[in-house]
Design a protein. Structure first.
Length: 284
């Protein structure tokens, strides 16, 4: 699998990442099998969070045999220093590791999130202290707000941002290009969410994939086009949906990822009109 440089570092990450939700609610043998399958296909980037149910407890033992060669990212939804420190130590224990390669402020969406996390006594203080102690190597954040993502990058020298990079959001909501551009300008690493998302579920429609709150793309041809669009942007890696079937689909397509063409971009622009973007700019 292709690997790309992570931000300003010498770390090289697989272009397809393993989202911890894939192993949520699995038996130990199944979790080990899924992680082993991913590693055998070249995946070395793993991302998990306490909010993903029991994913940390499932991923820890499964990843342990491969930990020294893995880039392990975790997150905290806590916005205060004490809460973030407590959650960090609990996650380290569950994931059977003495450090995280990347620790992220999770789901930064509102002005309140920003104000609390960056204030004196906020979660960001815990991150800086943990890095000094060697408990984390790199500091990042995930966000579902372009405005907050931009503010965070202007406030602190983050190593990376994990953000929705998706063709429907790009073409129908202009959501994402400004975050990628600012991150590239500042040398902040770019990691992608929602590459294989089509859009919001139609009201009243049943969820086909229990672990997806949105409508994912499961058609192999469109899924490949979607991944190629996202990975044609100046980013390091994309984390597919947490459903096992969809993750395996992404793995099967990884070797077919090539730069997207202008004709294909025009095709996606037309198809984007059929979907409702998952995210929009606050002013839109």
């Amino acid at each position: 699998m292709e690997k790309r440089r992570y931000g300003r570092t010498d770390e090289m990450l697989s272009v397809i990442g393993f989202g911890g939700i894939v192993v949520m609610n699995t038996e130990p043998a199944e979790a080990s099998r899924l992680v082993g399958e991913a590693v055998s296909k070249g995946v070395n980037y793993f991302d998990v969070a306490p909010s993903y149910g029991n994913a940390e407890a499932c991923l820890g033992p499964a990843l342990e045999p491969y930990r020294k060669d893995a880039f392990l990212a975790c997150k905290t939804g806590k916005r205060d220093r004490a809460g973030a420190e407590a959650e960090l130590h609990n996650s380290l224990q569950l994931l059977r590791t003495d450090h995280f390669d990347l620790y992220q402020l999770h789901g930064m969406t509102t002005q309140e999130d920003f104000d609390k996390a960056t204030a004196p006594g906020g979660a960001l203080e815990a991150f800086i202290a943990a890095r000094e102690k060697g408990l984390i190597r790199h500091i990042g954040f995930s966000a579902h707000s372009a405005e907050i993502a931009l503010k965070l990058m202007d406030h602190f020298d983050f190593d990376s941002v994990l953000f929705p990079i998706n063709w429907v959001n790009y073409f129908e909501a202009n959501f994402g290009p400004q975050v990628v551009a600012r991150a590239e300008e500042k040398g902040v690493g770019r990691l992608a969410l929602k590459a294989m998302a089509r859009g919001h579920l139609i009201q009243g429609a049943a969820k086909t994939y229990a672990k997806c709150w949105y409508e994912p793309i499961d058609d192999p041809e469109l899924a490949l086009l979607s991944l190629r669009f996202t990975l044609s942007q100046p980013i390091t890696a994309a984390v597919p949906p947490g459903d096992q079937t969809l993750f395996r689909l992404a793995l099967s397509l990884a070797e077919k990822i090539t730069p997207i063409t202008e004709a294909e971009i025009q095709l996606l622009k037309e198809k984007a009109k059929e979907s409702m973007p998952l995210f929009r700019l606050a002013a839109a």
